[in-house]
Ligand binder design. Structure first.
Ligand SMILES: Cc1cc2nc3c(=O)[nH]c(=O)nc-3n(C[C@H](O)[C@H](O)[C@H](O)COP(=O)(O)OP(=O)(O)OC[C@H]3O[C@@H](n4cnc5c(N)ncnc54)[C@H](O)[C@@H]3O)c2cc1C
Length: 671
């Protein structure tokens, strides 16, 4: 059989188009790839009978898979989750992800600062005076932020891994090896598995991935114009013509024909997760892989439940359990966790308002082998500090006994910069005409979009993104650093009630511009008090306060705004006006707009991984917390630099890697 080389593949890609999405449609019907049946191994536990082998704190993207993997390997694992495990349509229906992020059943609302300068903070139209900050949604529920995120599952850059390998001197982090963890966890349903698997997708893992059906946009003349006139022309001017398949890429009728008739026949470079694409870092339009299964959200929650059911007695999930302190012996070995049992105890939970902790029960849980901290980029540093691990001065200020003076805890906090460019369209978008963005009230008929979703298809089975573009903000950037995605909605970032917009406005189109690989590493998570129910202080120190001296991050976002403006100009007479930032906002005013209004939602890097020689490193390349024994961190906080465009795939991958090193250590210890 002739081997398809990367060069062949890219050649093929250059003359074809939109293929993966089409494959996706075909495969949604044929349901390729099945999850491996869950095998529950047996090991002889050496832990005392009143202890679990492992205690994992936090069930999100980092903690969920590691807890499940250790349980499958036969160990007794306790998974402490501060939230509950409620589930309603906001969880299951992908397009309701905005509502999920504001649903009190799941939400933890942080109010963060972008600037130390109080005047500057107030210039953000999303600023909430009584909180002195900007809403930063997180999820305090089983599955963590995978229970409300937008499900975008995009592979990071290989250089993200190679950099960790270089910094730590640990070759197991090299990008070739890291791909094996992705293959292990993915159950891809939009690519045909074949023997050679040059795409290096996984087909039998726990995370099901799909692509939205691109034919959904066909009835919508305005969207077709934006995508196939605006995007095609704007990209065609600066980059390779992205739509070469067509005789005339600007002929919408021809697109309709292709979309309707060529399903499943095309192969292309439209899958950002295909290994042959990943190694090449190309620019252009891409499909958006989503973590959905049969049209429903899927994530760590489903994985945890499946393993808990399949391996009885191995994975004990304790919800409404707010970890307050990690417990150590005299040798700094983590031996357990103290937690408060009770609902809505953490003050980021909107339901925490009236609750006092008097109804909560203080408990301890013992770990015979290890404690794994996976409480996320805000809570993991907070919990370390509450346990006496962090910068000495800060701990003393709050009367916390210093166990390990580790100055890097809570430092190096990073995020993307994102802004929305919102255009009012001439008419309501046809693709939304049958959608109320509400589940049916009891006893009522569902709207037509909801009925479609119940059959596993339609607008509600997507996350709303209709097109994604990856590009360099400036030609001199070493890698593509902008992910620009279009949504038929009004979205200017997060503020209380932000998710109502899709219900009220159907004549807006937003380009969300996401700046990846930001230079700013000046963010900080610091204690507000020694009370574990309080949220910490979070300050990202944006732009002027950042350590991006050359202000390259700002320049890149400006380029992104100008690029999407060009798309809209080239889209023909379907647009009425740019409402945000507004057509007249240019030059310095545009920079000011970006500084005021930018947001992020991939907080990370606040317990960075690094070599022992780096005084600011918190964990080593095996996730072990310096100065302690039997304590690891596995979540978004351990990255030294923020990876890729979307972070959750990288977190899933490190969770698989951590499982492997923890199990290897367990085996070595028991020999
Ligand atoms: C609105 C939104 C949309 C997003 N969309 C995407 C997307 O489409 N694609 C993408 O790649 N990324 C997305 N992200 C980011 C991504 O989902 C998160 O970065 C990722 O889930 C973080 O994983 P984690 O394990 O570090 O933390 P989390 O997933 O936040 O998990 C931490 C868990 O720890 C629990 N916890 C915290 N403190 C304690 C404690 N003291 N005791 C017990 N439990 C505790 C929390 O309740 C939570 O369940 C989105 C984020 C947001 C906010």
């Amino acid at each position: 059989m002739k081997r398809t080389t990367r060069r062949d593949f890219l050649k093929l890609a250059a003359v074809t188009s939109l293929a993966v999405s089409f494959d996706g449609c075909a495969l949604l019907k044929s349901r390729q790839g099945s999850p491996e049946p869950i095998h529950c191994a047996e090991v002889v536990s050496t832990s005392p009978s009143d202890a679990f082998d492992y205690v994992v704190i936090g069930s999100g993207a980092g903690g969920g898979p590691v807890a499940a993997n250790l349980a499958k390997a036969g160990y007794r694992v306790a998974l402490l989750e501060a939230g509950g495990d409620d589930e309603n349509a906001n969880y299951s229906v992908p397009v309701f992800h905005g509502s999920a992020s504001e649903d009190p059943a799941y939400s933890w609302d942080y109010f963060v600062k972008h600037y130390e300068d109080a005047d500057r903070r107030k210039r953000d139209s999303k600023y909430v005076p009584e909180k002195d900050g900007v809403l930063y949604p997180r999820a305090g529920t089983l599955g963590g932020c995978t229970a409300h995120n937008a499900m975008i599952t995009v592979y990071p850059h290989n250089s993200d891994w190679d950099r960790i390998a270089k910094v730590t001197g640990d070759a197991s982090w090299n990008s070739g090896n890291m791909r094996t963890y992705f293959e292990r966890l993915e159950r891809c349903q939009y690519v045909h598995p074949n023997r050679d698997n040059f795409s290096r997708h996984g087909f039998h893992g726990w995370l099901t991935t799909n692509m939205a059906d691109p034919r959904l946009v066909i009835p919508d003349k305005q969207l077709l114009a934006v995508i196939f006139l605006g995007v095609a022309k704007a990209l065609g001017e600066g980059l390779d013509q992205p739509f070469r398949l067509l005789k005339n890429p600007f002929d919408i009728q021809e697109w309709r024909t292709v979309l309707e008739e060529r399903e499943g026949l095309l192969k292309s470079h439209y899958d950002p997760n295909d290994w042959r694409i990943v190694v090449d870092n190309p620019q252009g339009t891409f499909g958006t892989p989503l973590a959905t299964d049969g049209g429903k959200r899927t994530g760590t929650r489903e994985h945890i439940r499946a393993v808990a059911n399949a391996c009885p007695g191995k994975l004990t999930v304790i919800t409404h359990a707010l970890a307050t302190r990690i417990l150590f012996d005299h040798d700094n070995r983590a031996i357990g966790v103290e937690y408060l049992q009770g609902k809505s105890l953490y003050r980021a939970d909107p339901r925490a308002k009236g609750t006092d902790a008097s109804g909560a029960v203080r408990r301890t849980i013992k770990a015979g082998k290890e404690v794994i901290l996976s409480a996320g980029a805000f809570n993991s540093p907070q919990l370390l500090k509450l346990s006496g691990i962090g910068p000495k001065g800060e701990l003393k200020k709050f009367g916390i006994e210093v166990r390990v003076d580790l100055p890097g805890v809570g430092e190096n906090l990073q995020d993307r910069y994102e802004v929305g460019v919102i255009t009012e369209m001439e008419h309501d978008l046809e693709v939304l005409s049958d959608c109320t963005f509400e589940p049916p009230a009891p006893g009522q008929q569902p709207d037509p979009c909801f009925s479609d979703w119940q059959k596993g298809k339609g607008v509600y089975a997507t996350n709303g993104v209709v097109v994604g573009i990856i590009k360099k903000s400036k030609s001199e950037r070493p890698l593509p650093d902008l992910y620009v995605f279009g949504v038929p909605s009004y979205f200017k970032g997060y503020f209380p009630t932000y998710s109502d917009a899709s219900r009220h406005h159907k004549n807006y189109f937003t380009w969300a511009i996401l700046k990846a690989h930001t230079n700013n590493t000046a963010g900080r998570v610091t204690l507000r008090s020694a009370d574990p129910r309080d949220v910490p202080e979070i300050n990202f120190h944006y732009f002027d306060e950042s350590n991006d001296q050359a202000q390259q991050d700002l320049e890149s976002v400006v380029e992104g705004v100008e690029f999407v403006r060009k798309i809209m100009r080239l889209s023909g007479p379907v647009t009425k006006q740019e409402v945000i930032p507004g057509e007249n906002i240019k030059g310095d005013q545009l920079k000011e707009f970006i500084k005021n209004e930018a947001w992020g939602h991939h907080a990370s890097c606040s317990n960075k991984m690094g070599p022992k020689s780096d005084p600011m490193a918190v964990v080593d390349s095996n996730f072990r917390v310096y100065g302690t024994k039997s304590l690891r961190i596995v979540d978004a906080s351990v990255f030294p630099r923020i990876p890729g465009f979307f972070i959750v795939t990288s977190i899933y991958m490190i969770s698989e890697k951590a499982s492997e090193v923890i199990l290897a250590d367990a085996t070595n210890q028991s020999v």
